[in-house]
Design a protein around this ligand. Structure first.
Ligand SMILES: Cc1cc2nc3c(=O)[nH]c(=O)nc-3n(C[C@H](O)[C@H](O)[C@H](O)COP(=O)(O)O)c2cc1C
Length: 274
């Protein structure tokens, strides 16, 4: 069922500049969050809509394409693999209703290579499930990566466009906001040995030292600035830009709506069978 207007379903807008766009799925997504588990305090839905969303775990999927030679036929082949993992949603980036999902990660993790690869540039799927109300939001689209260059410049890496350039002041502010919002313990985690590397005695000692520094931080000691600088080099802000949003409510007869980004300024949506 195609929608232009509906009582129960939000409708898309065509404002004149990007900053004023609120994707039509944003209010539904906001209202799916469990108000009872929003941080230390319970927030009303009005409070929720006037501020950014709380951290929430979701499944982030990426893809890898690896060329190899078949041992028996000597043919060149490509191994296509999906990769799914749990990540923390860290609210919308840039503005409270932008619809750009923020996630943080470590430059040394395979998902960074998958999202920056020219073969699978920025491709992601992100799946949120809200067990309290049986709603699921499945986002698919392209992501951009924000991180520090070796000369400490904040870089915006848009693999889909094949661009690596200095971030705008707005994106740069978002990068530092994300880093500053991490607890000292989380910041220290970016100093750990390369994630996924073999656990040797040497690396075990590094992990123990980081654990010790974490405990000292909890007891009120400041984190050594050189450690923080090292961690910041590995820190990456992922900006997930959905191009489609597949919403499903499996209560009763159910409801499923497919939202599609039509262009820079507009979203279209229609109801499909759940
Ligand atoms: C509750 C939870 C939250 C997590 N949040 C993140 C996150 O925000 N970012 C991240 O990179 N990894 C996060 N992880 C770890 C990932 O699931 C994964 O193990 C790690 O990122 C390595 O993934 P990769 O090897 O596919 O890159 C989280 C794991 C759990 C269990």
């Amino acid at each position: 069922m195609q929608h232009s207007q509906s009582e129960s379903v939000p409708h898309s807008h065509a404002p004149h500049n990007l900053e004023t766009i609120i994707p039509p799925w944003v209010s539904m997504f906001r209202s799916a969050f469990p108000t009872a588990t929003v941080g230390p305090e319970t927030l009303t839905s009005t409070q929720l809509s006037s501020q950014n969303l709380p951290s929430y775990p979701f499944t982030l999927s990426t893809v890898s394409l690896t060329d190899y030679t078949d041992d028996t036929t000597a043919e060149r082949k490509t191994l296509i693999r999906p990769h799914a993992r749990t990540c923390m949603f860290r609210g919308f980036a840039i503005s409270a209703n932008s619809g750009i999902l923020s996630v943080t990660t470590d430059k040394r993790m395979p998902k960074f290579a998958q999202l920056s690869s020219t073969k699978t540039p920025g491709i992601f799927e992100a799946c949120f499930y809200f067990p309290q109300n049986n709603k699921q939001f499945r986002f698919a689209g392209r992501s951009k990566l924000v991180y520090l260059s070796s000369s400490q410049q904040v870089i915006l890496h848009d693999a889909a466009e094949g661009k690596v350039e200095a971030a705008s002041s707005e994106v740069e502010a978002e990068f530092y906001k994300a880093w500053d919002s991490l607890s000292p313990m989380m910041r220290l985690s970016f100093c750990k040995p390369s994630p996924g590397s073999e656990l040797t005695m040497e690396r075990w000692e590094v992990l123990e030292n980081i654990e010790k520094a974490t405990d000292e931080t909890k007891a009120g000691a400041p984190v050594a600035p050189e450690l923080l600088e090292e961690g910041k080099q590995n820190f990456v802000l992922i900006l997930l830009g959905p191009e489609t949003v597949d919403y499903v409510d499996v209560e009763g007869i159910g409801q499923r709506i497919l939202f599609t980004r039509a262009n820079e300024y507009e979203w279209e949506f229609h109801e499909i069978c759940p």
